[in-house]
Design a protein around this ligand. Structure first.
Ligand SMILES: [Zn+2]
Length: 348
């Protein structure tokens, strides 16, 4: 068994988005599942600190931070066509970013081996000057910047397995070789970025890896990206910490997307990432919740990933069984194309 932290705070439920797909019930279902599987009691509870304005300003412009605060204080509404804000959303968002920062602190101090930050609002679409795609502040980017500033880390790997491209995170570190951003996502859906040709720029060229998959790609295609691209690149990059933008909307029954992963698929990629952390950086691994909108799935999927991180040996259910449809040879095509491009930078 490995010590795994659980970052949670009731204020995350107070980001009240009503009937929006990204709503507070997601966290309730996840917490209930962790309890039902007997996982929650095995985890180390970590109370998140609020991020300071300076910590958020490492990613976001001060006037945007103030705008979110003012908008929430004025009662909220929609900050952009996708992103709802309620009176306590600023408070929740500050603690969501702070939650990932606190998780980094606990992992770096060796108090836990890994940590899962069960935060909302999610973060990976938020860019320097505006909200996007249900995200107010970029939690994973804030945690990553904190890890560099406080602990002087020079190489951090960010793995983003949410079904959407994490454009905010990618933008933040696009010119930066100190953060390697690796994303698998569905092409043709929000936010429209994340092409294979987006490889980073300037000193950051070669430190962004995008694998956009076609609708219907299942476990096997995603798994192929992790074994053929992530594993060799991570071994050559030698990260000192691995961060995960853990979205669960690539599940086949998710209402917002059309990749065809199962809980078993999440277990496989979580094992790959955990094993890389063990091999390369003393197991130091911090994951933060991003998307995942099927309430019947998210709790099982998060439990399955935490079960891998903690080596608890618990069997997690596959809700709804396996998806319809067979394995298509086409699903590997984006990986082969990405390998051709990334070969310029890595021995693949
Ligand atoms: Zn997503």
């Amino acid at each position: 068994m490995r010590k795994t932290g659980l970052v949670y705070d009731p204020v995350f439920m107070k980001h009240d988005t009503g009937s929006h797909p990204e709503n507070a019930r997601r966290l309730k279902y996840i917490m209930d599942a962790l309890e039902d599987y007997g996982i929650r009691g095995k985890m180390t509870a970590i109370e998140p600190a609020e991020a300071t304005v300076e910590q958020i300003a490492a990613i976001h412009r001060p006037e945007y931070i103030q705008k979110v605060a003012d908008f929430a204080a004025a009662g909220g509404g929609y900050l952009d066509p996708d992103t709802a804000v309620s009176p306590r959303s600023y408070e929740a968002a500050v603690k969501a970013a702070g939650g990932v920062i606190t998780a980094v602190d606990h992992v770096m101090a060796g108090e836990v081996d890994s940590a899962f930050a069960l935060v909302r609002p999610p973060g990976h679409h938020a860019v320097a000057g505006r909200s996007m795609g249900f995200c107010l502040f970029n939690n994973i980017a804030a945690g990553t910047c904190h890890a560099r500033e406080k602990y002087g880390l020079e190489r951090i790997l960010v793995v983003d397995w949410d079904v959407h491209h994490g454009n905010g995170t990618a933008d933040t570190f696009y010119h930066d070789p100190g953060v390697l951003y690796f994303s698998t996502h569905q092409q043709g859906i929000f936010p429209g970025t994340g092409r294979i040709s987006e490889v980073g720029a300037g000193p950051g060229e070669g430190y962004t890896v995008n694998i956009p998959f076609n609708r219907g790609t299942g476990n096997e295609g995603i798994y192929f990206a992790f074994t053929q691209l992530l594993e060799p690149i991570a071994r050559q990059y030698r990260p000192e910490l691995i961060m995960v933008s853990a979205g669960f909307d690539a599940h086949y029954s998710d209402p917002l997307a059309g990749l065809a992963m199962t809980v078993e698929g999440y277990i496989k990629i979580a094992e790959i990432v955990k094993n890389l952390a063990d091999e390369l950086c003393g197991g130091k691994l911090v994951a933060a919740l991003e998307g995942g909108y099927n309430l019947g799935v998210v709790g099982h999927a998060v439990s399955a990933v935490v079960n891998v991180f903690g080596e608890y040996g618990i069997t997690v259910d596959e809700p709804g069984g396996t998806p319809p449809g067979g394995v298509s040879p086409l699903m590997r095509m984006p990986v082969d194309e990405a390998i051709k491009v990334q070969k310029r930078y890595w021995d693949l």
